[in-house]
Ligand binder design. Sequence first.
Ligand code: PEP
Ligand code: MG
Length: 875
Amino acid sequence: MENKYVYSFSEGKKEMKSLLGGKGANLAEMTNIGLPVPSGFTITTAACIRYYDEGKVLWKELLNEIHGQLKELEKRVGKSFSDENNPLLVSVRSGAVFSMPGMMDTILNLGLNDISVKGLANSTGNERFAYDSYRRFIQMFADVAMGIPKVRFDSLLEDMKENKKITEDTDLSAEDLKILVKKYKEIYLNELNEEFPEDPMKQLELSIKAVFESWNNPRAKVYRKLHNIADNLGTAVNVQSMVFGNMGDTSGTGVAFTRNPATGENHLFGEYLINAQGEDVVAGIRTPEEISHLKDIMPNVYDEFVNITHILEKHYKDMQDIEFTIENGKLYILQTRNGKRTAQAGIKVAVDLVHEGLISKEEAIMRMEPNQLNQLLHPTFEEKTLKESVVVAKGLAASPGAASGKIYFHADDVVKAKERGERAILVRQETSPEDIEGMVAAEGILTARGGMTSHAAVVARGMGKCCVAGCSEIRVNEDMRTMRTKNLIFNEGEFLSLDGSTGTVYKGDIEKIQPTLSGSFGEFMKWVDEIRTMGVRTNADNPKDAAQALEFGAEGIGLCRTEHMFFEESRITSVRKMILATSLEERKSALAELLPVQRQDFYELYEVMGEKPVTVRLLDPPLHEFLPNKDEDIKELAEAMSVSFNDLKDRVEELAEFNPMLGHRGCRLAVTYPEIYRMQVRAIMEAAIDIKEKGYNDIYPEIMIPLIGHVNELKYVKNEIIEEINLVFEERNNIVKYMIGTMLEVPRAAITADEIASEAEFFSFGTNDLTQMGFGFSRDDAGKFLNEYIEKGIFEKDPFQAIDIDGVGKLMEIAIEYGRKANSKLKLGICGEHGGEPSSVEFCHKLGLNYVSCSPFRIPIARLAAAQAQINSPR
Ligand code: PEP
Ligand code: MG
């Protein structure tokens, strides 16, 4: 019915949410399943949209419809407007499609005037109550519909209490309230130059207009922007006959959740107040009673309510958040909606609902937002405390969790602080591999530069450690050991708190809540694994992270970045000797020092992973990253290597690059120094044979070559490493099966993927570099300007976080199509940071990848996202 703009509650249903708003649709639904809902009707969101189109007037046909519905309402409830004995009073409330709690306007007790106030006094036998309601209504109407500030009225009330030497509103008599009503009307007249409208229809029209207009009040606009709600949806208006919870000791009002919204436990959770209206519960003036006590004072009402909560849960198949009022011993339900809940409660409720036969496993899986699992795996700050805390700056939410501690600006200071038993936060301009030990010792990491795939972000996520990166609002002076924002300075040793889930930096030492994993979590994740068809591996380069990832359900290692193994204190000197060698002999001798430690690394990793696949990426970063840059460190190294300081310094400068991300790195290193990769594959194979000979497992190494852009690079490197592998097999008189594949991270590789696939057994998409090179954005510097791209709507999301499906995604599609054409057995995975981001995981599922690989703490998120992708688009 195109021209129908007003629906009685009995005409609507829950599926009409976009027209009736969430509240209106649920009131209609509850009415139709026979629950005690006060009668009323809903003016649609379409009416709100037309109201704006018509230049903010209520057109004639709409007013006629409203009149018609009012007549019906009067008939249904047996009351009428302006009745001297039993008057109809209504509430007028907003109700948008998406809940916007408290953002728009509400008017209660509409219909009160000089006649109906008597009627209310007569019907309730309570004159004081009637006049109190009347003066509240005048104030609310004047404020909400006509814009007269509330304080004008409040000050009169306070004056009267002072004159009468009383402190409580409730001590005012009916006569006092009558005087107040008169005075309130005088204010109204003085402010607006017109009388307070006695005609309820006029009151209603003005109130409906006010609610429509509250759709565009500043706080509603801000809320919509924050929650991505479109501005053109409009709000519905619900007009509902009033029931009173403040009519004495057999009346009351309350709010209850059908289950505990913090833990998910299946028991009624809520509170109520006797002789009160809804605002009293919200305003917190009186302390409400726990819902179970209602049983003692009104057992019948309590039983009826409990019964209704069961009906509503069964009907909506979800935990409900219900508002109710008791008027003279009769229960009314004013609202129900799906209750907001913590992640822990979300899992428990979903699992319990499956056991109770109300929803399927698939529905349970679809109800959890994958990123919500972060709440279960990392500590968080209590929301209440955050509201009271001072925000210092905002950066990128690089690695979730919460951390608080004293700030230090150098990795070794963090290590020392930890040894003293302090909690420390590492603050740096940006981190580099040298900072690793400080990062391990820190509670959290804050950097001023760098994006979502910067060193700090990637390493922190790997460790499951809280990190705020690219926080360009702070200036870090590492030498002076200070950081400053526009108007604050922080020195070493002061407390800061980081929220890595929102990217917010707070002043002071905020207390954390540790996560708890309920038994339901394991069961839920088991269902997730039954459903998903794409594998989930981890990015890990040490036994500890690998073990953590296995605990979170990883099915293998998709990326072992071998450079992380080079940084350990015990081996960095050998690595540096290898880099600085001036002859092949020297380099070979340094590599010989590294071989046994690398072999041991792989051995330990294989031990943890058992027969699960392990993809090892050969050395990738530019060599200068391993070299010292401070003079004192160069001096120390010169001594260890018995060379002169000046010679060494020259060599270090020679190796420095302007844009190392596009420089001498990845397979390019192996073209120059094939012996490095030879040492690495030797270590991989010897470790695998060691394990095999001990009779443990058959290891099936996957060797991955980074940054291939041309098939000839791959051919050259492959040839070198296969030669070395064959040498190992001969020496050991044993063999293991292995695979050689490449990372796909250079656009040229994507568009020549057929040539590359003829030389590779697998592709693993390195989407960090593919995004960098696809856009031409430096990974390390894009953090500085990408925020503005998002704010100005140029990009919807940061492409280093969520795959840019139309561009970088297209390169992936092309690579897969060409690659599979040339090699039908080609295995496909992704190991860029996108492998743990839900929308990217869904895209990878659609592309048909065999697996995604991500940091250990994102494994559960990737598993859930993969299961949801399978439910949405089965493959
Ligand atoms: C990538 O480029 O996506 C990748 C996984 O490699 P890295 O981040 O180590 O360059
Ligand atoms: Mg890369």
